[in-house]
Design a binder for this molecule. Structure first.
Ligand code: FAD
Length: 291
């Protein structure tokens, strides 16, 4: 039966990171609460019924955005709006700022956080695809201390991450985009929510008019961000304006996509087709920006 009222739960507001980790580690049925824009709708539909919420919104220092040694470190509590508006992110990693600006609507961007988006691992979410294409790293803290996870290893299934019980994402690190490199993210979005039905993120380097390196990641199709390595390899060595190489890359995208999601939004076959088209567009735009 549908109800708009969550089941009963205990509420804790963590004073600091150590307290949040302790509360989450002690109770396997507890969930972290950040912006609440994914968790609370699920609780209202009773699709998840955590025994307790650990509100991390008051933990100091988790929303900072800084530059460290050629990389950007974005705190887990940085909202999508703050990432989109950050002069540092816009200058040093424009792809990340653009991605944040295209998530949902203003209400979602003002409350939703980068840590919540990655921790939630929705197959249609934008950050997991883009942070993987950027070769980002996720720093997490748990009862055993701090560790780093490559973004490519974070999302392991639909709504499933490699985080251990009690672990919290504390920040996301992405390399600043170097001169001669360019990135682009293209999504076919659901018209109501903005979530990706299928999407592609590309990051390329162009030297002397030719592509010397390329990364391509597809989101929204199989449930996890998929690195389309053969497709990316198809443009390496080609001129940045080589339409044939882009078409060859698009045709190879399907090789990376087995087990496409098939739901009310789109069939698996349509998603795979879209991915090939979006990949070409993302690569073309990334080449233009790099070159
Ligand atoms: P919460 O809802 O608070 O938490 C989500 C999950 O992550 C929970 O399981 C929670 O325990 C866990 N979590 C939270 N913080 C952490 C942490 N630091 N470490 C580990 N786990 C954590 N997203 C898109 O990408 N693209 C869209 O176009 C888009 N459109 C949307 C439209 C609507 C109408 C809505 C309601 C949401 C949309 N979203 C979209 C999702 C939105 O970006 C969410 O805000 C985001 O996915 C979750 O972030 P949050 O801070 O709200 O997390």
């Amino acid at each position: 039966m549908y109800t708009s009222r969550p089941a009963d739960f205990a509420y804790h507001r963590a004073g600091d990171l150590a307290e949040a980790v302790m509360l989450l580690s002690e109770d396997g049925d507890a969930r972290a609460l950040a912006g609440g824009h994914s968790l609370l709708p699920l609780m209202k539909c009773r699709l998840v019924t955590p025994a307790a919420l650990v509100d991390i919104g008051g933990v100091a220092g988790l929303a900072d955005i800084t530059e460290e040694g050629g990389s950007l470190r974005v705190g887990a509590l940085a909202t999508h709006a703050s990432v989109a508006a950050s002069a540092l992110v816009r200058e040093r990693c424009p792809l990340l700022a653009e991605t944040a600006a295209r998530i949902g609507d203003p209400q979602v961007r003002n409350r939703g956080t980068i840590g919540g988006s990655l921790g939630h691992a929705d197959p249609g979410a934008d950050y997991p695809t883009v942070v993987t294409a950027l070769d980002g790293k996720v720093t997490v803290t748990g009862s055993g201390g701090e560790r780093e996870i490559a973004a490519a290893d974070l999302v392991v299934g639909v709504f499933t991450t490699s985080l251990e019980r009690g672990e919290l994402i504390t920040s996301v690190t992405v390399p600043a985009t170097a001169a001669g490199s360019g990135g682009a993210y293209v999504k076919h979005k659901h018209p109501a929510s903005g979530y990706a039905v299928a999407a592609a993120a590309a990051l390329v380097t162009v030297e002397g008019g030719s592509c010397t390196a390329a990364r391509l990641v597809v989101g929204g199709v199989t449930g996890v961000p998929e690195a389309a390595e053969a497709a990316a390899a198809a443009v390496v060595g080609a001129a940045s304006s080589d339409d044939g190489a882009l078409e060859a890359a698009g045709a190879k995208v399907a090789e990376a996509l087995s087990g496409a999601l098939d739901d009310t939004y789109a069939s698996g076959e349509y998603r795979v087709h879209l991915a090939g088209v979006l990949a070409q567009r993302a690569l073309r735009e990334a080449m233009r920006r790099a070159g």
